[in-house]
Design a protein around this ligand. Structure first.
Ligand SMILES: [Fe+2]
Length: 577
């Protein structure tokens, strides 16, 4: 059966995923084609066109369109909880009760319009809405390859649900417990992200990166969330607030200011929101304390609701935006203990719900979903297409006899290499196909990359890709880590050897590369190891600040000539400045 999953249901990160007879054939984020980070408010049309073209299918071949947003019944607790907790904004409370699926209907209309533009006949397909968190859960469970596992999904909010616990058994997903808006761990972290001067749904990584520089004990965050192991309640007088409770940030062209998810009361408590990139005190301590609070609550809830399942299955599958909090994931792995596994799907945030909805529908309709083998699910370009683009732009280039030889030599010399190969990654992490690479032992290489691509996000650490043969020694664990979704403590002996990829707190967020998962990247790492003794490369995504990751050779060349990067390997071709 041919199932097309379309994401973007919650207003950001639309993506498309194609599942054919239970096999994930293609998946990509719309932002990559649109060249607009997070593609807010858009439908995944270009991504859907790519998926169909890649699979050699026509729009008329699609049988099922799965969508990660579903109607929510008035007979369940979700809408009542939302209404009761928003008593101070009666219009929202009334809407939740009397017109609670308004957003679903609006979403469905937008999807049908997109399908029409794609040439997919609404009358000839089955439209399959999947609850948002069920889609997250499915993306983690069905792609993990585990038969039995505990499952959790944590994000800002889906329809109403924000935090979901359940389990998978023999292909079926069962719900155990849900929490509803405004009680949202992701939402609270996002509100503090805004307060700390970063963009919500984008800057959460920076808050996490900032946290190790602060001291959690210096700020009391207990007022933000009241909690114990059975549940939590967010204080909407401070965060996750709407309407008149919101702080309105002054902005040009908006006389009323722009509403934020935190309140003037929070400012009274902690002082003005951070602006610019200069002042750190007390903000680094706030980041540290909020990160610790998130970890503590997540661990307590997981233990309470899933502890039994985890003990039985030794497996936990996890998705939702909060699942990209790699530090919390490290603590989850530590809590579970040796012999246990955490699986975090590479596109754990909303892009992954396209994949989640599609796999859920495929399973429900009788297909057996195959586990995910790698995250290289995006667009790919032939050598002829790459060379045509080089010629079109009249660029000087050479064809390498072995691009891994040439690139490993440049890297060993301390050069930075932009590395464009094969199929684009699905999810926010570059995994060796749309990457900027450096020598992790070469002091100052991180600063050099920042300077060459005009990054100024000093809170974002650089991460390593490492050979499977050295991973255990460096990371001191046998836990898998194919997608850069966890951090681990780097062995003391290795810290001085690869200083450019070890974070302030002695951790690294690794991608462990195997010969099977990415043969060409593996070969590059092998040759780099032969030259330097290090089976490790610094790997960051191929894009400039504020831009989505590069998709096509044209994007790569635009980026290359719009930056101070000096070496670009495009397939077997090398361009140098
Ligand atoms: Fe989500």
């Amino acid at each position: 059966m041919i199932v097309l999953g379309l994401g973007g249901a919650v207003g950001h990160d639309p993506a498309a995923a194609l599942v054919v007879d239970g096999q994930v054939v293609a998946a990509a984020e719309e932002e990559r084609f649109l060249r607009d980070k997070h593609a807010k408010g858009k439908q995944a049309e270009l991504a859907a066109r790519f998926c169909l073209k890649f699979a050699g299918l026509k729009p008329g071949d699609v049988r099922v369109v799965a969508y990660p947003f579903a109607p929510v019944s008035i007979f369940g607790p979700a809408r009542w909880h939302y209404a009761a907790r928003h008593w101070y904004a009666p219009d929202r409370a009334f809407t939740a009760l009397f017109n609670g699926n308004r957003r679903f209907r609006r979403n469905a209309r937008a999807v049908f319009a997109a399908l029409e533009r794609l040439g997919i006949d609404r009358e000839r397909i089955r439209f399959f809405p999947v609850e948002h968190h069920l889609a997250h859960a499915s993306s983690a469970y069905h792609l993990s390859g585990y038969q039995e596992a505990a499952i959790m999904s944590v994000d800002g909010v889906g329809e109403y649900c924000t935090t979901w616990f359940g389990y998978g058994e023999g292909g079926e997903i069962h719900k155990l417990k849900e929490f509803f808006a405004p009680d949202s761990l992701g939402g609270c972290y996002g509100a503090i992200t805004e307060y700390l001067g970063f963009e919500m749904l984008d800057g959460e990584f920076k808050v996490m990166g900032m946290a190790p520089y602060g001291n959690a004990k210096r700020i009391d965050v207990s007022k933000l969330i009241e909690w114990n192991e059975r549940g939590f309640r967010v204080n909407t007088r401070l965060v996750n607030c709407i309407g008149w409770r919101r702080y309105k940030r002054p902005a040009k062209g908006a006389p009323e200011g722009i509403g934020t998810y935190f309140s003037p009361e929070l400012i009274k408590m902690w002082g003005p929101a951070r602006v610019g990139d200069e002042i750190d005190n007390p903000y680094v301590h706030i980041a540290a304390a909020v990160q610790k609070q998130l970890e503590d609550i997540l661990l307590a809830l997981t233990k309470h609701f899933l502890g039994g399942r985890i003990a039985k299955t030794k497996r936990l599958c996890y998705a939702g935006g909060v699942a990209l909090n790699v530090k919390a994931n490290q603590r989850l792995i530590q809590m579970m203990g040796p012999g246990h596994e955490l699986f975090v799907q590479p596109a754990a945030s909303d892009a992954g719900t396209a994949l989640g909805a599609a796999t859920y529908a495929a399973h429900r309709l009788g297909d057996t979903v195959q586990s995910l083998q790698h995250a290289y699910l995006g667009a790919e370009y032939t050598p002829e297409e790459i060379e045509a683009e080089l010629k079109r732009r009249n660029v000087r280039y050479e064809k390498c006899a072995s691009v891994t030889d040439t690139a490993s030599e440049l890297l060993a010399q301390g050069e930075v290499v932009a590395w464009f190969q094969g199929r684009m990654e699905f999810g926010p992490r570059a995994l060796g196909n749309r990457s900027i690479l450096g020598n992790p032992a070469s002091r100052g290489v991180a600063d050099l990359i920042n300077a060459q691509i005009k990054y100024r996000e000093r809170w974002r650490p650089f991460c390593p890709s490492l050979l499977d043969t050295v991973a255990v020694e460096i990371l001191q664990t046998t836990h898998p880590s194919p997608y850069m979704t966890f951090t681990f403590d780097v062995a003391d002996a290795w810290k001085p050897r690869i200083p450019e990829v070890v974070h302030e707190d002695g951790t690294a967020r690794p991608q462990i590369v195997t010969a099977l998962s990415n043969p060409r990247y593996y070969e590059l790492l092998k040759k780099f190891e032969a030259r330097t003794g290090l089976g490790v490369l610094l790997n960051t995504s191929l894009n400039r600040r504020g831009e989505p990751m590069v998709c096509s050779p044209e994007d790569a060349l635009n980026m290359f000539y719009g930056s101070d990067l000096r070496n670009l390997a495009l397939g077997d071709f090398l361009v140098r400045k």
